[in-house]
Design a protein around this ligand. Sequence first.
Ligand code: KDG
Ligand code: MG
Length: 403
Amino acid sequence: MLKIKDARVVVTCPGRNFVTLRIETADGLYGLGDATLNGRELAVVSYLADHVIPCLIGRDAHQIEDIWQYLYKGAYWRRGPVTMSAIAAVDMALWDIKAKAANMPLYQLLGGACRTGVMVYGHANGQTMEETVDEALRYQALGYKAIRLQSGVPGLPSTYGVSGDKMFYEPADGALPTENVWSTAKYMRTVPKLFEAARLALGDDVHLLHDVHHRLTPIEAGHLGKSLEPYRPFWLEDATPAENQEAFRLIRQHTTTPLAVGEVFNTIWDCKDLIQNQLIDYIRATVVHAGGITHLRRIANLADLYQVRTGCHGATDLSPVTMAAALHFDLSIPNFGVQEYMRHTAETDAVFPHAYSFKDGYLHPGDAPGLGVDLDEGLAAKYPYSRAFLPVNRLEDGTMYNW
Ligand code: KDG
Ligand code: MG
């Protein structure tokens, strides 16, 4: 038995907010779990501190599955991003402890490596198409095999997903939500031109991706997917929201462009129909927002039956603890597709020293026991929480938008 002696939540803001759970056992082992929910961080802090940690003390840290079931079913109130991020943090920390107890990197406990490295995609973005293509060339020169392209839309003052800082894109940008303006017509004209220019400049050997950020209706998404086909995109992401999983059937009827969705999903129930009906090609659920490694493995196993591959969310609001967990997971599953990788700033990396490393377009989790990531609590304390929100989106006439 590895008795859980103590657990605490650490909130830090080395450039952006991160919530980390640290679980300690009676014999001195500890594990870390990420619980960051962008723009709603403190809700998860309270969920963990007030409602989860008291139930953990004295339990056997080895009983990962039982503790997962206890927190999920025992709460009565199942699912939802706050609950599932909190459960994910516990789950990650317990896997970290188990792997440290076994003196193995986590991927070994998960079945061992299925590949030599984890192919990642980076974010090339710019205010103009030309700037975006230049950025993409820079990523290609850094060795990236897969690159996401986002560009400003002519006629719109700002566009979500296009950042000022090129290497360290930060989605949450205001102490109150900033407002972007959206026009589907203007956007739809831009993307195929961007892909045409990028294919011409980058050649055929690089994967090109694009994120719609849930801005289109299914029929608009079908049209966009079809117009991108000549440029062979790796995927079109979040083409329409997926609360109605059936909506993806209409997109599928109109395009063979591969579809990715799921960064906002928190359980297998959010993607069950999408997967079983083969309406998507990549599932983007992540360790932190979808109930940890224990639950993400269940999702990936279901997806594998239907030839759906994983493409885990990996934006900067997912801490290095999640990045490490995702890499161990990605390395060990048969149906891995690609991993998103937005680099963290030097401040964040200093607070979370880690064993994973990037080389030639691939990340590797490293061979340190456990997740291979630590938390410098002294340094973390120097960066107090600072409220920040994701932007909201309005149409040109002021209508609140996002299907
Ligand atoms: O917190 C939300 C961001 O992580 C998200 O909007 C970024 O869409 C995103 C992506 O694909 O990385
Ligand atoms: Mg996205």
